[in-house]
Design a protein around this ligand. Structure first.
Ligand SMILES: [Zn+2]
Ligand SMILES: [Zn+2]
Length: 279
């Protein structure tokens, strides 16, 4: 499987990017050795990959702070404040809320909002990423989430951002909401979400008896906006700031990607990845 990452010119971390594996080429043999025999772990990662999305945002809000709270560390994309230049990131589908005719609410997808007969059967898809990728509702409204972008050939489904669900500076996690009345899409995503939750429970160390190896970590991302890739690496907790530390970090071109730490699977959800500069 050849990678589409060779042509990224904005990133100086080519040696690291070359270790990412295209999602279409993933097999059980890519998993850390002690997990290769466990089909639930593999299926869990593939279900999570189905929920992983590329996010493009064509606005950078001037409401962003200059620095991270209580630090001198410059907040990302400050040089783009107020600009309509496009940024790319990764995120994942975290929640789906469906509405039926019973609720009698109009669909809020772009098509229905300009229609005289909006659909009454629709849903909201909540997508999680880093706060520094989608900061506020102005950025959410200028965001598009690209689903199932697994290789250059597609097909890809686009969902337009409608509003902000939350943005938490403390955890660095934010979520935007996209509305759609594509019921086939909602069904497909609901299925992947359910499967992910079910397999997550099945592979909990207490249930599965699999030994806990908290140093193993997996990231599923759209590196610099390219098709979906996996990264397998080593992780250990950093003492400073309590932030994740990687023995082999990738780069900020993967920010917002779901980061899975095996052995920590009991956590209620995955963390959005935040990597070092690409310089
Ligand atoms: Zn609609
Ligand atoms: Zn990079």
């Amino acid at each position: 499987m050849t990678s589409s990452l060779k042509n990224i010119t904005v990133c100086k971390k080519q040696a690291t990017l070359s270790k990412l594996i295209p999602v279409k080429g993933i097999t059980k043999s890519h998993l850390p050795e002690s997990y290769q025999d466990n089909k639930d772990i593999f299926n869990f990662l593939m279900a999570l990959a189905d929920l992983t999305v590329k996010i493009t945002t064509s606005f950078t809000s001037p409401n962003r702070p200059e620095t991270y709270p209580d630090t001198d560390v410059v907040y990302p994309f400050q040089d783009m404040w107020g600009s309509g230049k496009e940024r790319v990131a990764t995120g994942w589908v975290d929640q789906i809320k469906r509405y039926s005719e019973k609720e009698n609410l109009d669909c809020r997808c772009p098509k229905c909002r300009s229609s005289e007969t909006p659909s009454k059967v629709w849903g909201d898809v909540t997508i999680v990423t880093n706060t520094h990728n989608v900061f506020d509702r102005f950025e959410a409204e200028k965001s598009t989430c690209w689903l199932f972008y697994n290789d250059e050939a597609g097909p890809v489904t686009a969902l337009k951002g409608r509003s902000m669900s939350y943005a938490d500076m403390e955890s660095g996690r934010s979520a935007l909401v996209c509305s759609t009345c594509d019921m086939e899409l909602l069904e497909k995503l609901s299925h992947a979400l359910l499967l992910c939750e079910e397999l997550k429970r099945k592979i909990e160390p207490a249930v599965s008896g699999i030994p806990i190896r908290p140093e193993e970590s997996i990231i599923i991302s759209h590196p610099h906006g390219c098709p979906k890739h996996f990264w397998f690496g080593k992780w250990k907790p950093k003492t400073e700031n309590g932030k994740a530390w990687y023995a082999t970090p990738i780069c900020s071109g993967n920010d917002g990607a779901p980061l899975v730490i095996l052995g920590e699977i009991l956590k209620p959800s995955y963390w959005p990845y935040s990597g070092p500069s690409c310089k």
